[in-house]
Design a protein around this ligand. Structure first.
Ligand SMILES: O=C(O)c1cc(C(=O)O)c2c(n1)C(=O)C(=O)c1cc(C(=O)O)[nH]c1-2
Ligand SMILES: [Ca+2]
Length: 683
């Protein structure tokens, strides 16, 4: 095996899944082959763990010394006997659920890091915590946030590199300044902090790196808004080069003109940056989308491995960011080696092989210069989002949860000020169709694919089409297998070389997380976290509801000949809602529509179409209509409904309520007209 398969911790234990991407380079490849393309159809359930909350599950479990550590919504941690599924301990960081309003993308958590008897957890509200791996007892906690008034959240998994534990955060859709911080893994004492974008010039630059990148920003607004560049998911480490690679997110505002007068590259937005893990010192960067204006984060999974390039083994960094190009870079220098289109792209024609810069299609994608709305591929969900890919050194292929997305970018003329709990993009909130027919038309475009990509030739080897986008991450093994869960609630195994589908099992909900494999006492297991949620599932409910999956979050562990009973699989049936009458006039409804889009749609679904993980407001029961005002004022903040009392006036709330009622009637009528609903009237 190439050097890159040496895991960072528990190096000797081939059967473990000791770190987020299994090894330091995060290949998500396991050398285990007891389960293989010959026998994978004999997989049966070994055990299952039911999460207490039927909400989003994005975690990659860690398996070390026979224990599995996984997380559910609101950063809750569960330690399970990896052989039996017995719950050993659980830890609830008691996140105040109302902080949900500060998150763009659901109460997600992508898992913990485990090292030397400690479990490290990034908490949704910005804490980083260390727990005793044996007992789950809290050992230390630090607040990683620099500004309590800004909308920072943590969804990502911390990484342990040498003696440091490292974590970033999210929030670039709201207006924050991105950074990443390293803490001493024993004490939690801060070791270093690396800002990804420049801050208030009056306060001075924190480092020469900040002075360097400030030259790529223009105007006097970028730092007021925060600039973005959040490090909300990917990191990888190369032990030989001693480099930490971080994936940096989109700019804030999205709108390039409002953010930086449509000038400059805006470093390190949408970049991969290499740092010294001991000091946080800058080493190199590669920017995938200079002057990003489309939420083209480069936070997607980073893999460090060795590839044969022009006949010579070369250490490389690979990424398939939202922007649709697959990149191979030199791991030591960041030098551009090659790129290929793995997604549907209209924003750029190609990458200039000499400079490594994209050739932007101004006509197709520039919505800011002439304030002209543009429809651009990919959209903000990306050609690939956070669900991790995997690299199999045997086939030489990367397995990408690819997707086709697009977006109508409608620019705002003037910028709004940052406000707690309010997204702030510098564009009009994305529009989705309100009618079933419109949704079906859009759904013909929004498609997911499992793509097997040859990173050396930069070409596709095979693909499987999925009905929906936002499918799960991938795992590849020495058993010539690729595993992936799907948005419509299946877990599937494919042959890694040919792509033949070999095994499939329906499960209780949509699967978005990356699966893992491990072995105990000579027996191999494959684990899938299943729990529908995340940005697409909640915000784009119009499309996401088509999967018909219901919130029913479980961790499924399979083995050859497993005999445990699978729970019944239910799918959503659309019933007829029975809303109260609409009493508002057209102008009030129009106002309600805009307010809903700006304040409610992120969680309850644009156009008030929800996938019912977070309540689908078209189906609000009578009592909730009665309590509408107190709920908006915080009556249910303990359940995740943020208080909007300081954000919305009573008239605003009334118009939002009327708009929701109107949408409920529209839906009811469509159900009747199309015969879609199961004929039952609901109360
Ligand atoms: O810019 C950011 O700070 C930020 C943060 C997050 C997050 O923390 O989950 C997401 C995104 N952006 C984002 O653009 C995105 O598409 C996304 C999807 C998800 C998810 O969990 O499904 N999170 C995020
Ligand atoms: Ca983003």
């Amino acid at each position: 095996a190439p050097a890159s398969t040496a895991p960072p911790v528990n190096a000797q234990v081939a059967g473990d899944w000791p770190a987020h991407g299994r090894n330091a380079g995060e290949e998500r490849y396991s050398p285990l082959a007891a389960i293989n393309n010959e026998n994978v159809n004999e997989l049966g359930l070994a055990w299952r763990f039911k999460y207490p909350l039927d909400r989003v599950v994005e975690a990659t479990p860690i398996i070390a010394d026979g224990v599995m550590y996984t997380t559910g919504a609101y950063s809750m941690v569960f330690a399970l006997d990896a052989k039996t599924g017995e719950l050993l301990w659980e830890y609830d960081p008691k996140v105040w659920r109302g902080v949900q309003g500060r998150g763009c993308c659901d109460a997600a958590n992508r898992g913990v890091a485990v090292s030397q008897g400690k479990v490290y957890l990034g908490v949704y509200d910005g804490r980083l915590e260390a727990l005793d791996a044996k007992t789950g007892k809290l050992l230390w906690t630090v607040n990683t946030l620099i500004d309590a008034d800004r909308n920072y959240t943590i969804s990502g998994a911390p990484r342990v590199v040498k003696d440091k534990v490292i974590i970033g955060n999210g929030g670039a859709e709201f207006g924050v300044r991105g950074y990443i911080t390293a803490y001493d893994m024993d004490t939690g004492k801060q070791a270093w902090r690396f800002f990804t974008v420049p801050g208030d010039p009056a306060k001075g630059d924190e480092s020469e790196t900040i002075t360097m990148i400030r030259k790529t920003w223009h105007g006097d607004q970028y730092w007021v808004q925060g600039g973005g560049g959040t490090v909300w998911d990917s990191m990888a480490y190369d032990p030989d080069l001693d480099l930490l690679y971080i994936g940096v997110g989109n700019g804030s505002f999205w709108n390039y003109k409002l953010r930086s007068e449509a000038k400059g590259d805006n470093l390190f937005v949408s970049s991969i940056v290499a740092l010294r893990p001991t000091t946080g010192e800058y080493v190199w960067h590669y920017q995938t989308t200079p002057g990003d204006a489309w939420d083209y984060t480069a936070t997607q999974h980073i893999i460090v491995t060795t590839l044969p390039i022009d006949g010579k083994d070369r250490r490389v960094v690979m990424q398939a960011p939202k922007n649709g190009f697959f990149y191979v870079l030199d791991a030591a220098s960041g030098q551009f080696i090659s790129a290929g289109k793995f997604g549907e792209i209209t924003w750029a024609k190609d990458i200039d092989p000499k400079t490594g810069r994209p050739i932007v299609d101004v006509e197709a994608a520039d919505y800011w210069t002439n304030s002209e709305p543009k429809t651009v591929f990919p959209g903000s969900q990306g050609a690939h989002n956070w669900p991790p890919m995997s690299f199999n050194p045997q086939t030489g292929l990367v397995y990408i949860p690819q997707q086709v997305t697009m977006e109508h970018f409608v620019p705002q003329e003037t910028a709004s000020a940052v406000q707690t709990g309010v997204p702030n993009l510098g564009i009009v909130t994305p529009i989705v169709p309100e009618t079933l027919q419109g949704i079906e038309e859009l759904a013909q475009i929004y498609r997911g694919n499992l793509v097997a990509w040859d990173p050396v030739k930069q070409e596709e080897r095979w693909r499987h089409a999925h009905e929906h986008i936002h499918n799960g991450g991938t795992l590849s093994t020495a058993g010539n297998l690729v595993f992936q869960g799907t948005a419509d609630g299946r877990v599937v195994a494919y042959a890694a070389d040919t792509g033949d589908k070999l095994w499939e099992q329906p499960v209780t909900s949509g699967a978005v997380a990356g699966p893992v494999t491990y072995s105990i006492d000579g027996e191999q297991y494959v684990a899938f976290n299943v729990g529908w949620g995340g940005a697409f599932a909640i915000t784009f409910g119009a499309l996401a509801q088509r999967t018909r999956v219901v919130p029913d979050s479980n961790l499924y562990v399979f083995k050859l000949g497993g005999k445990a009973e699978l729970p019944p699989v239910k799918r959503r049936e659309f019933e007829l809602p029975s809303p109260p009458p609409v009493t508002a006039d057209a102008a009030t409804l129009a106002q309600g529509k805009t307010l809903f889009a700006n304040h409610c749609g992120v969680c309850h679904g644009l156009a008030a179409i929800g996938s019912d993980i977070i309540p689908d407001l078209r189906y609000l029961p009578e009592q909730k209509h009665k309590d509408f005002m107190p709920i908006i004022y915080g009556l249910q903040s303990h359940k995740g409904m943020p208080p909007f009392g300081e954000i919305l006036e009573q008239d605003d709330i009334e118009s939002i309520h009327q708009y929701i009622i109107k949408r409920s009637h529209d839906w009811r009528q469509e159900m009747l007209d199309t015969g879609e609903a199961s004929a039952v009237e609901t109360k």
